[in-house]
Structures are given as C-alpha cells and as structure tokens.
Design a protein around this ligand. Sequence first.
Ligand SMILES: Cc1cc2nc3c(=O)[nH]c(=O)nc-3n(C[C@H](O)[C@H](O)[C@H](O)COP(=O)(O)OP(=O)(O)OC[C@H]3O[C@@H](n4cnc5c(N)ncnc54)[C@H](O)[C@@H]3O)c2cc1C
Length: 431
Amino acid sequence: MKKKRIVIVGGGFGGVRAALDLSCHVYQDADIFLVDKDGYHEYHPNFYRIATTFLPESRIARPDTFHELRDAIAIPLTEIIDTSKIHLVEKEVSEIDPTHQTIRFTDGKALFYDWLILALGSVSNYFEIEGVQEHALELKSAHDALQIRNAIDEVFSSSPKHTPIDMVIAGGGLSGCELAASLACYVKQLTRVHPHPKDNIRITILEAGDAILRQVPSSIRRKVEKRLRQLGVRILLRSRITKVTRKEVEGIEIVSREEHPLRKKSSNEPTNPFTLPYSIFIWTAGVKAHPITDFIIGAKRNPKSCLLVDDYLRVLPFENIFAIGDIAECTPEFSDVSLPMTAQVAISEGRYVAFILKRIIHKKMIFKYHKRTSRFIIPLGSHYAIAEAGWFVISGRLGWWLKRLVTFDYLTGILPFWNAFKRWRTSHKER
Ligand SMILES: Cc1cc2nc3c(=O)[nH]c(=O)nc-3n(C[C@H](O)[C@H](O)[C@H](O)COP(=O)(O)OP(=O)(O)OC[C@H]3O[C@@H](n4cnc5c(N)ncnc54)[C@H](O)[C@@H]3O)c2cc1C
C-alpha cells in the first residue's frame, strides 16, 4: 500500500517540534516532509542579544563575525532533523491549493500532501501607516538582528561628537522592552569606545496603549517599567504613530480619560500631535500571520490574518490541514481568550498535531487540544531578567539564570546533548 504523505511547512518552533515527534512515531507508516525557505531554525528569544552584542573594533569588519553571530541564534535544520526519516526541502512555498492537496514553490514545482501542517509563523504588521515599512528596521529574523547591529554601528561611527543620537522603538510589547533594555546596556559599552557623551543618546519606547506589556500581570509590568526607567529608557504611552519620514516619527498623543476624568468617553479623541527625530527607528509594534493565509480560499481568518482553527487545530473546512503557532488563532474550549503568539504555544501545538496524526494513522481515537498556560521570562539588559514562576516573580541574576536554563532545556529537546550544550554556551557568550 502506498504510504500517506505528511507535509510540514515552516521549520520554526511549531514545525520542528511536529517533525521531531512525527519522526519518532510514524516515519515507517508515512512519508514526512519538512519544508523551510532558508533551512535554518531560528531562536527568536535571543535575537535582541545579537542586535546588541558588543564587539571589539577589530572584530567588526571580519567576515567570520557575521557567521559567528548568526550561528548563535540560527541552527541548520540538518543538525536537528534525521534526514533518513524526514525529507528536508529547502524551498519557499508560494501557494497552497487545498482542492488538489498540493503546495507550490516559488520555482514552480509542486508537492502533494495527504495532511498538511502549516507552521509559517508571522510577519510584521505595519497597519498601513505611511512610511513605516520603508524606514523601519524590524526584529523578526536573525538577518534583521544583524541589520540593527550594523545600523547602530553605522550611526555611532558616522555621527559627529555632539549630535544627539535618538533610538526610537515602536511598541512596548515583549520584544520592544527586551530590545530597549539591551540597547541601553549596549550603548553604555559603545560610549566607552566612541566619543559620544552618554547624555546625548536617548532610547524611547513609543506605545499606543495605556501601558506597556499589556499581556503580563500588572505586578510584573511595574517591575519592568521600573527597570527600564533605571536603565534610562523613556516610555511614552498613548502615543500613536501616524507617519514616519526619513528622519522623524510623527504621531498623536491620545489623552486618556484617567488623566481627564471629566471628559466623556466620546471625547477621548486624539490630541497633541508630536514629532520625534530619530537616528534608528525599530518597529516591534505589531505582527500578523504569514501572508500565505490570504491564498487559502475558504478558510476563516481573524483581523490579524491568522487562520481560525477548531479544537483539533484543523483549518476548517479542510479536515486535512492543520495550523499551529503564530499563523493560527486557537481559542481553546471553555475559554474566550485566544492563545498568545509565543514559542511555548507553537511548541505545544506542534507536539499535539504530531500526537493526533499518529493516532489518525494508527486508526485510534483522537482528543481535543488542551492549552498550556504561557509563562514569561523577560530579559532586561545585562544579567537581568524578570520571570514568572508559578506564584513567584523572580528578578535579577536569578531570573537571568532561569532564562538560560529554559534555553538549555529547549536546545536539548531538539539537538543531541553535546551539540545543544555547545550552542547554548555560544548563545550566551559575552564577546
Ligand atoms: C524578537 C522576538 C522575541 C521573542 N521572544 C519570545 C520568548 O522569549 N518566548 C516565547 O515564547 N516567544 C517569543 N517570541 C515569539 C515566538 O518567537 C513566536 O511565537 C514563534 O516563533 C512562533 O513559532 P512558529 O512555529 O509559529 O513560527 P516561526 O518560529 O517563526 O517559524 C516559521 C518558519 O517558517 C519559515 N517560512 C516562512 N515563510 C516560508 C515560506 N514561504 N516557505 C517556507 N518556509 C517559510 C521560516 O523560515 C521559519 O523557519 C519572540 C518573537 C520575537 C520576534
């Protein structure tokens, strides 16, 4: 009998977990394909480190520096996947045709599937704000992290001594706060080798909402705000960006009802236009699902283009297409809140899909997906992190070590022990 074919698209957190679990259980009963456009598995939680790694001047221009930095956060899929059990395809998917059960690549070739697992992640959402896409740097890949590094080096070496350097980060979410704190520590190191007085360098987070980190408990949020302010990061809340030009960010400050209790809700209209000059502008203010979801005719999507999935993570009405991780919106049974876009959710969904495909192939009963709660560890500069551990909040060096342990745990789950250990050491090496 011809073997059934499972195609996983995306070698990120969800895709790799699904591939590894399937390769343990069903590689003899089904042909498994893992498709990824670059052939690398990138570790997003450490992107900020690469963007802000201090290097001695002699190392900056060396060609091996780029590879060394990239290696710290991007692992070739060939090191993770046993290619005797899984077919690895390094191609970019451009189309999905659920009617003919095929995916098509940018080179025009196609691949048939019996079951498809979509794990393509997310892309930046610019909300169609004028000039953002054109002028902003983003932090969605290892390449982006290296670009931010280069841009900072460029600004420091090309700006005259007493010119102010303004680094503006759009978005006070996890990525924005981690990056701002890490930038503040990086800048301190840079001022030792560049002739720029510390007071001339300003790091600002622009957040449209009433608070940064709205997804974390308020006790953690307060600690993060305190730490950021200690590091000299300016946080501007209720500041909505409306336009970005080559040198300036334009926006409006929303005056909230809390500040003006006599105002009615309807008068909570935008006021106070502002203009902020910038030397570096980084966009971390929003994400949406990978644009491939636009082409899956018949599938339901949310406003962020994420595919709505049922309790078995299937993209209805297609019973043989699953979506996991950032590309999916999963609202578990008995909950009205959808799961956040985090690596933890992507991994648990990847594990679940592998589990139920195994049961489907072995003709056993299947069970609904049960969500796992996400815990937060927020690294905030050199040797400092704030971590939520059950009822406790751990901060400082202990939090930092917890983050390191979590990274180690993840790496040993996808790589052979010694390889994981080596990568873990380099990913936290002070250069
Ligand atoms: C800076 C940053 C820091 C973060 N920190 C944390 C954290 O500390 N903890 C946490 O839980 N989450 C964190 N996240 C969120 C987490 O990284 C995502 O939720 C997670 O990566 C989603 O996993 P995924 O499998 O859906 O997609 P991804 O891991 O993004 O993987 C998508 C894969 O699809 C591939 N791909 C894309 N397009 C194509 C195509 N057309 N054809 C073929 N392949 C394609 C890509 O190469 C990639 O390998 C962070 C995110 C960012 C950006």
